[in-house]
Design a protein around this ligand. Structure first.
Ligand code: RFL
Ligand code: PHB
Length: 401
């Protein structure tokens, strides 16, 4: 088989890239290790920035999102037992975010791909990439006991943190930056009404908690837990009891509990790969970088990588110009490091670190107190949370030039 672009991974990055390339007339095949049901069963992101909404609109998959997504114009920071609202819209000239789960984004992209009868090879075993230091790369895999090879012009590595693409790059050609946090997030999904109409990010001496949601009838909650904890140790009752301890009295009263429909623990990590292009191989999304989820940036960064990569590949395949390809890595990394910094800072501010002691808790509370009472502090928080504009550094550079 031959195609222009082989996309490895059918998570949100790979599916979104496939959809944008298809609309521009570029042929692509997606190769995915798991089944469609498995991909849809992973409960992950919940908050989409405006830039991501724009990319999904550009990809033509915005109909259900616009109908069912919940627009949020602010969120609450909870510390010292009291809540303070960060008014995103008022602080950023009317910007907002949308609560629309990654599962729904993925489902919309899968449906669009199916309606257009595009090729996705699910349950592909032993996926390997070859010759990406040449102009004739290829991707091989096994399916139903048979070996297959797809020849192409470019490979897009959209295969997540544990994928094969980044792992195939020779060690001397790649630099990895990593910080692993000494705790994880225990997440629970439940068919109960959310405790509050907006999200609550809670700092408590017992550890961080987050009250999020998927709809008016489906809630998503997270608790900071030690990395050594196992999901089996956490009964639903234990989860709700601990969550109540970390909330303010009003939220504690209003919390509606019920059986969990999903429960999992995710480790927290900051990770960046430089560069993101290796000859005819391009990394995008979690394959190239990970943020701790506190800032809700992971899926949003994946969407902007895909925007830059689709622009570059369309230029190369349709206009036969390599300018976009040559700038891909630098354009992405400038945006990624800003989001990495914000996610690391917000994580450090909200979590209980094993060695922080009482003084560390006091420092966090004093910083949060400053943030919510200072216009400059609140604005910095808000503009990073809603997401910096796509041309952020570029416009600054040109005005100072
Ligand atoms: P994915 O979603 O990991 O998809 C990669 C796909 O590649 C496949 N794959 C392979 N396929 C073929 N061959 C191989 N050898 C392969 N190896 C792997 C995998 O099966 C999979 O289908 O990466 P992608 O597409 O880059 O998407 C990234 C996002 O999933 C991720 O950044 C977000 O979920 C992060 N995230 C959040 N992001 C936000 O923007 N807002 C949020 O509110 C938010 N909350 C979260 C999050 C992530 C979390 N976890 C579990 C880490 C909350 C949590 C708890
Ligand atoms: C979620 O709803 O899963 C979610 C929301 C906000 C975050 C992280 C996760 O910062």
């Amino acid at each position: 088989m031959r195609t222009q672009v082989v996309i490895v991974g059918a998570g949100p990055s790979g599916l979104l890239l496939g959809q944008i390339l298809y609309r521009a007339g570029v042929d692509a095949v997606i190769v995915e290790r798991q089944s469609p049901d498995y991909v849809l069963s992973r409960i992950r992101a919940g908050v989409l920035e405006q830039v991501t909404l724009d990319v999904l609109t550009h990809a033509g998959v915005d109909q259900r999102m616009n109908k069912e997504g919940l627009v949020h114009t602010g969120f609450d920071l909870l510390f010292k037992g009291a809540r303070h609202r960060i008014d995103l819209a008022a602080l950023t000239g009317g910007q907002k975010v949308m609560v629309y789960g990654q599962t729904e984004v993925t489902r919309d992209l899968m449906d669009a791909r199916q309606s257009a009868a595009l090729t996705t090879i699910y349950e592909a075993d032993d996926v390997q990439i070859h010759g990406f230091d040449t102009t004739k790369p290829s991707v091989s895999y096994r399916k139903d006991g048979k070996s297959h090879t797809i020849e192409c012009d470019f490979i897009a590595g959209c295969d997540g943190f544990h994928g094969v693409c980044r792992a195939s790059v020779p060690k001397q050609s790649i630099k990895e930056f990593e910080k692993v946090y000494p705790f994880g997030w225990l997440g629970v999904l439940s068919d109960t009404p959310p405790v509050h109409e907006e999200l609550i990010y809670a700092n408590s001496p017992r550890g961080f908690a987050l009250c999020s949601q998927r709809s008016h009838t489906r809630s998503r909650y997270y608790l900071q837990v030690p990395l050594t904890d196992k999901v089996e140790q956490w009964s639903d009752d234990a989860f709700w009891t601990e969550l109540r301890h970390r909330l303010d009295p009003e939220a504690r009263d209003q919390l509606v509990t019920g059986p969990s429909i999903e429960k999992s623990i995710a480790p927290l990590r900051s990770f960046v790969t430089e560069p993101m292009r290796f000859g005819t191989l391009f990394l995008a999304g979690d394959a190239a970088h990970i943020v701790p989820p506190t800032g809700a940036k992971g899926l949003n960064l994946a969407a902007t990588d895909v925007k830059y990569l689709s622009d570059a590949l369309i230029e190369a395949c349709v206009e036969k110009s390599h300018a976009g390809i040559d700038h891909y890595s630098a354009r992405c990394l400038a945006r990624i490091w800003r989001a990495e910094r914000f996610s690391w800072w917000f994580t450090s501010l909200m979590h209980n670190f094993p060695d922080q002691g009482e003084i560390g808790q006091k420092f966090q509370e004093a910083e949060l107190d400053y943030l919510v009472h200072s216009d400059a502090g609140s604005r910095t928080m808000a503009e990073n949370y809603v997401g910096l504009p796509l041309n952020f550094g570029e416009s600054l550079r040109s005005t100072h030039a």
